[in-house]
Design a protein around this ligand. Structure first.
Ligand code: ZN
Length: 360
């Protein structure tokens, strides 16, 4: 679990693995002690080992949340294990994408551990001692159950959080929370019916279900109850608009990638000691170049009129072409359609010289 606490008893500190304070509820410590201690007394330690395996699996689940949160830049206050699971207390800074990853990391670790235990059993079935296989089987089932249970879309378990996040992304935060809660109640109901139908009256399971039901009722007071109308409307809207919204999300993703690329390019240019904006830099060099052409071109024009085009070197002729083109542009784009008298005079000289026809 991730975020919702159920406090009772005292908290015992177990140090700071990865710099994150870890505490264990005293009742959980007593329960683990009794179950495992009893198995030691009866000289069948493997019969009680499952509770240690479950304990470690829950611990790894919580640390998957906590370490992903740290990677997102969150502050993780502590990880606590209690009778009904664990809680990671964090103060979030990352956006919705990180929230999704932080939540999914817990069950994902259980899936990976279950897979690892299964592989260990399969490939070690001839080599491993029998007690090793029993421990692996316990690890496999503990993690299958943890993953499956946590992924049920029941608030506030990981599956419930993931369902809410996914729905909110599609139908908006308010409707997403209410519809997610409706789904949560339905799932709780289904699990309850399944328990009764299977004749399983496990006291721990009943306590957990009742606790979850109470948490759901409390949450419903916060976000409001989901109405059939709102659900139908929001889901219907989403279904009708899903292609458009998917395209919108794709475009947004592309825009974000483009912005990131530009930012990286700018940073790279800065690191090279160049101007931060290549656009401004080009504009300025163009202006400088224009001023140069106007200054030198005017001088060359007088020289050409005086002594003829033949007196010019090839690069001087090229500059003269640029000069004429620039004058034409300046006259053409003059403010208020009133070109500068000097520009007009110079262009007339150009025309008389026939410069554009002669020099290449
Ligand atoms: Zn979790």
């Amino acid at each position: 679990m991730n975020g919702a606490g159920m406090a009772m008893g005292r908290e015992l500190s177990l140090g700071r693995p990865f710099g994150i304070p870890l505490t264990v509820n005293s009742w959980l410590a007593i329960l683990v002690g009794i179950v495992f201690g009893f198995s030691l007394l009866t000289r069948e330690p493997l019969e009680g080992a499952w509770i240690l395996v479950l304990f470690v699996s829950i611990l790894l689940h919580e640390f998957a949340h906590a370490l992903t949160a740290k990677a997102a830049g969150d502050t993780v206050q502590k990880v606590t294990l209690h009778l009904l699971g664990g809680v990671t207390y964090r103060t979030g800074r990352g956006g919705p994408r990180w929230a999704w990853r932080i939540t999914a990391a817990g069950p994902l670790v259980n899936v990976v551990l279950a897979g690892g235990a299964w592989l260990g059993m399969y490939y070690g079935r001839y080599e491993l001692p029998w007690w090793g296989l029993v421990l692996l089987a316990q690890a496999f089932w503990a993690n299958v159950i943890l993953a499956a249970f946590n992924l049920l879309p029941i608030y506030p378990m990981d599956g419930g959080q993931l369902a809410r996040m996914s729905l909110s992304k599609r139908v908006g935060a308010g409707a997403g929370a209410r519809i997610g809660l409706g789904l949560s109640f339905l799932t709780l109901l289904a699990v309850g019916v399944w328990f009764i139908a299977s004749g399983n009256f496990n006291i721990i399971a009943i306590v957990i279900l009742v606790q979850l039901f109470m948490l759901n009722v409390m949450e419903m007071r916060q976000v409001g109850s989901p109405s059939m109308e709102e659900t139908r409307g929001a889901l219907g809207r989403w279904w009708r608009d899903r292609h458009r919204m998917a395209a919108e999300r794709r475009r947004e993703k592309e825009r974000r990638r483009e912005r990131e690329r530009e930012r990286a390019e700018r940073a790279a240019r800065k690191a090279d000691g160049l101007e931060p904006s290549p656009f401004r830099r080009n504009a300025r060099t163009t202006q400088e170049r224009d001023a140069e052409v106007l200054r030198d071109g005017g001088r060359l024009l007088e020289k050409a009129v005086e002594r003829g085009l033949g007196a010019l070197r090839p690069e001087e002729r090229r500059l003269l072409i640029l000069h004429r083109r620039l004058l034409e542009i300046r006259i053409d784009t003059a403010e208020g359609g009133e070109p500068d008298g000097e520009d007009l005079r110079l262009l007339e000289l150009h025309v008389r010289l026939g410069s554009s026809g002669e020099i290449h």
